[in-house]
Design a protein around this ligand. Structure first.
Ligand SMILES: Nc1ncnc2c1ncn2[C@@H]1O[C@H](COP(=O)(O)OP(=O)(O)O)[C@@H](O)[C@H]1O
Ligand SMILES: [Mg+2]
Length: 251
């Protein structure tokens, strides 16, 4: 059975889609086997805005992993793990409006809301083996990140890792240190790896590339390294031994 990794943060623009496609690319790059036609990695977008889809349309056939925009029923989304043939499934999710945003003074029963997006989110949370929570080194993202973890992830008991993304070394370390201090102060599990800001990541989304397809120059390789480090830290590249009789038969 596939491991399902959910990219989640109620705040938009923090790197959910960027991490989804690039972690999928790195993982596929490492574990793909030449004797298999089918890539071992699937990326799923449940973002109704379809930013990752927009993006995947443009990389087209060169994409090193399979990609689907899920228009599926919640029951199917919650059974993602059972899709045959994949070892890792990365799920890109949309942000959502938290309970603090509607200002009606009544705390909503469910922070994910009752709309289509909320229903889809609840379904993929059911399927998730772990959650990756990107955060930018920027104070505005602290509260939404804390809400995401405290109200959505922790109550479900899903293991999670907060990943600092889009740190520009030219800005110095003050914001980075403050962000680390915030995450550690909340006792959230934090990845050591920080994904740095590189123009090539921003450009890649319009230039039809994932990190494994970047040109082989020094800057691109540096930019790519962050994703390899992160994938290593998250344990994505290992070959799992199947328990006898469980899941697909090993061939
Ligand atoms: N490490 C990074 N370096 C440069 N640009 C980045 C980086 N991470 C994200 N971006 C850019 O920031 C914007 C928001 O990222 P995105 O992945 O779309 O966030 P989300 O899916 O959480 O809304 C995009 O334009 C993306 O290309
Ligand atoms: Mg997105």
């Amino acid at each position: 059975m596939a491991q399902v990794h959910l990219l989640l943060n109620q705040k938009g623009g923090v790197g959910k889609s960027t991490l989804t496609v690039n972690l999928a690319a790195i993982t596929a790059d490492v574990i793909a086997r030449p004797d298999r036609q089918v890539p071992p990695v699937l990326a799923v977008s449940i973002d109704p805005q379809g930013s990752a889809t927009w993006w995947a349309d443009r990389v087209g056939d060169d994409l090193p992993f399979d990609f689907v925009q899920a228009h599926r029923e919640p029951q199917e989304l919650s059974r993602l793990k059972e899709i045959d043939g994949y070892e890792h499934i990365f799920v890109d999710t949309p942000g959502w409006i938290g309970p603090d945003a509607d200002d009606d003074g009544v705390e909503d029963r469910d922070p994910l809301g009752d709309g289509r997006a909320g229903v889809a989110l609840r379904a993929v949370l059911e399927a998730a083996d772990d959650v990756i929570v990107p955060i930018e080194p920027e104070g505005l993202g602290f509260l939404p990140t804390a809400n995401t973890i405290e109200n959505v992830v922790k109550p479900r008991g899903i293991p999670y890792t907060v990943v600092i993304n889009n740190w520009d070394p030219r800005d110095g370390t003050a914001d980075l240190d403050e962000t680390k201090a915030f995450i550690d102060g909340q006792q959230f599990h934090r990845a050591q790896t920080v994904v740095r800001h590189y123009k090539i990541h921003t450009r890649a989304a319009v230039e039809n590339r994932v990190v494994t397809q970047y040109p082989r120059n020094r800057i691109s390789l540096e930019a790519r390294e962050d994703f390899f480090r992160l994938a290593l830290e998250l344990g994505l590249g290992g070959t799992r031994r199947q328990r006898k009789g469980a899941g697909r038969a090993a061939k």
